[in-house]
Design a binder for this molecule. Structure first.
Ligand code: 13P
Length: 251
């Protein structure tokens, strides 16, 4: 199955507007030179407008790091899909483990955000992943199955085809401790089987599954060589133009 690779940078709570534009321009230049793969960046909300403007005529895709649901409403601190689409944003990350662990977002809320994104024509990038405790207790697959089931409630087959998944083991995020390529491949294959059973095989074959958690220039090539790893969601190493350039140019 030929899935187009996607290398995505999650900039988290880093970079002011001017810094974000500078980095986005550098990344756009690399993405323009690598037309056989997709490249995405997710700046902070405050930099989205400027970054969208700066890369408008390039293939670089711009995502939000989270999204609410509905058109508008009394939701202090939230941003609606329409507000994002208005800026030229086309994708939104939902369910990142930092939202889950630090800000208490649960699967039911992530499900609402995801449905909101789909209703607003944003392509969701749904993140799932187990904690170290869960892995050590041998609960990895049951935890992932539960997250998938609950986050994807009410997502129709045609909508699933438009989505992107990211497997981000919580213990690998920002720790320098990457999952081995075998550990990542095993989970990716499991997630793909889940999609085949919950939807159908053609959906499972189409949906791109990214790996995230301490992806670096040194490990990207071996991760991308795995048959079910279709891309990467990169944190720290995406904040540096040179290291992200090397990750985008994985072989
Ligand atoms: P690091 O690449 O810094 O481990 O972060 C991964 C991540 O959370 C991407 O969303």
């Amino acid at each position: 199955m030929n899935r187009r690779p996607l290398i995505a940078g999650n900039w988290k709570m880093y970079l002011t507007g001017a810094e974000a534009v500078r980095l986005a321009q550098a990344v756009a230049a690399t993405s323009g030179a690598c037309l056989d793969r997709d490249v995405m960046v997710a700046p902070a909300f405050t930099a989205l407008a400027k970054v969208c403007e700066a890369v408008r005529d390039t293939p670089l895709q711009v995502a939000a790091q989270n999204v609410a649901w509905g058109k508008e409403g009394a939701y202090t601190g939230e941003i609606s899909p329409i507000m994002l689409a208005d800026l030229g944003v086309r994708l939104a990350i939902v369910g990142h483990s930092e939202r889950r662990q630090i800000f208490g977002e649960r699967d039911a809320m992530i499900n609402r955000r995801l449905l909101g994104a789909l209703a607003g024509d944003l392509q969701p990038v749904l993140c799932v992943g187990e904690t170290l405790e869960e892995r050590e207790a041998d609960h990895t697959f049951s935890v992932l199955e539960q997250q998938m089931r609950q986050c994807l409630q009410g997502v129709a087959k045609g909508e699933m085809r438009q989505m992107i998944l990211a497997y981000e083991p919580v213990w690998a995020i920002g720790t320098g401790k990457t999952a081995t390529k075998e550990q990542a491949q095993e989970v990716h294959a499991f997630l793909r089987r889940f999609l085949a059973e919950a939807y159908e095989k053609s959906v499972a074959d189409e949906v791109r599954i990214l790996y995230g958690g301490s992806v670096k220039p040194e490990n990207i090539d071996s991760l991308m060589a795995q048959s079910d790893i279709d891309g990467a969601l990169v944190g720290g190493a995406a904040l540096n133009a040179e290291s992200f350039d090397r990750i985008i140019r994985f072989q």
